[in-house]
Design a protein around this ligand. Structure first.
Ligand SMILES: Nc1ncnc2c1ncn2[C@@H]1O[C@H](COP(=O)(O)OP(=O)(O)O)[C@@H](O)[C@H]1O
Ligand SMILES: [Mg+2]
Length: 302
């Protein structure tokens, strides 16, 4: 069984919606309509899906911020409802946008405050905060007030905050949204480092290139349902995408690009055919279909 498990999770929101001046009607949103997820220890699962799909709702249930209406979920064997305090001890959360920082306090002060909320002594909290500021590349900026931080710096401070109590499990909800490319790359590097440390991660992002780069597994979620999930390669195959063999060759002074579905076998075939046809092979490789193509088709966009 996975380190993190969700089984049949359901969540429904009921809200009032104005229709005209005086009338309002009840709007019911099935945010999660029976979601199963599982993450092995030390692995990274990405949730991918359109806005409103239910990703943040799922994250909030695992963070014990929201009670499910049905189904159950466990982190490290602890039930997120019945043993919420045990779950919180081993779970770090980064939500976007993070409204939990004080603008006038410095980066280090914010982290110390947060660590003390988690029951750390001031000195321990400070030591841990400085260590994490180093890890996320904010050590130099540690004494500057949070309100002066750029959005990339804020995101990195959010990561440091999520790590203050050294959690084994991390919930990272759109940690790179609204950050410039350099900042986003730094966040990805930190996430990779956290993976190397063996932490288990649930990640969401609309940037499918970074999902591809970081994920062990992906779950596609639409309208509160997981429509496909699995390791990246498997997921692509299941949705009908196979790797494509590509050979670039020169034939009779003319450059040609030959391609065929089917991976390694197809590549050998193409190379042989090129040779037999008196061509010189310049380049030969197998190209995985980009996740973006797969997701767009799975979501009915193409
Ligand atoms: N507190 C809430 N009250 C009412 N509706 C909500 C609430 N939180 C989320 N929803 C609705 O639930 C659905 C899923 O939202 P969310 O989990 O935030 O999606 P995602 O993170 O995938 O964009 C959306 O339709 C959203 O409007
Ligand atoms: Mg969201």
């Amino acid at each position: 069984m996975g380190f993190v498990v969700g089984a049949g999770l359901r969540k429904r929101f009921v809200s009032r919606e104005r229709v005209g001046f005086l009338r309002s009607r009840v709007r019911v949103v099935e945010a999660l309509a029976g979601v199963d997820v599982e993450i092995g220890r030390g692995r990274l699962l990405s949730l991918v899906g359109p806005n409103g799909a239910g990703k943040t709702t799922l994250v909030r249930i695992f963070a014990t911020l929201l009670l499910p209406d049905g189904g159950r979920a466990w982190v490290g064997g602890f039930d997120v409802v019945a043993e919420a305090d045990r779950v919180r001890k081993i779970t770090g959360l980064m939500l976007y946008p993070d409204r939990g920082f004080f603008g006038r306090l410095s980066g280090v002060e914010n982290l110390v405050y947060y660590g003390m909320l988690y029951g750390m002594g001031r000195r321990d909290a400070r030591r841990r905060a400085l260590e994490l500021l180093e890890l996320v590349g904010l050590y130099e900026a540690r004494d500057r007030p949070f309100e002066e931080y750029s959005s990339g710096m804020r995101a990195r401070l959010g990561l440091a905050k999520a790590l203050m109590h050294n959690p084994e499990f991390l919930l990272l909800d759109e940690p790179t949204v609204g950050i410039d490319p350099v900042g986003a790359r730094r966040v990805r590097e930190i996430i990779r480092e956290l993976k190397r440390e063996g932490r288990t991660i649930l990640f969401t992002s609309h940037n499918l290139y970074e999902v591809e780069e970081l994920s062990d597994e992906v779950a596609l979620i639409v309208g509160g349902r997981v429509v496909a999930r699995g390791p990246l390669g498997e997921l692509k195959r299941r949705l009908g995408f196979e790797p494509v063999a590509v050979v670039k060759a020169v034939c009779g002074g003319e450059e040609r690009l030959l391609s065929r579905g089917g991976g390694g076998g197809a590549l050998a075939e193409l190379i042989r055919e090129a040779h037999d046809g008196g061509c010189t092979v310049l380049e030969a490789y197998v190209r995985e279909p980009p996740l973006e193509e797969v997701v767009v088709r799975a979501l009915g966009g193409a």
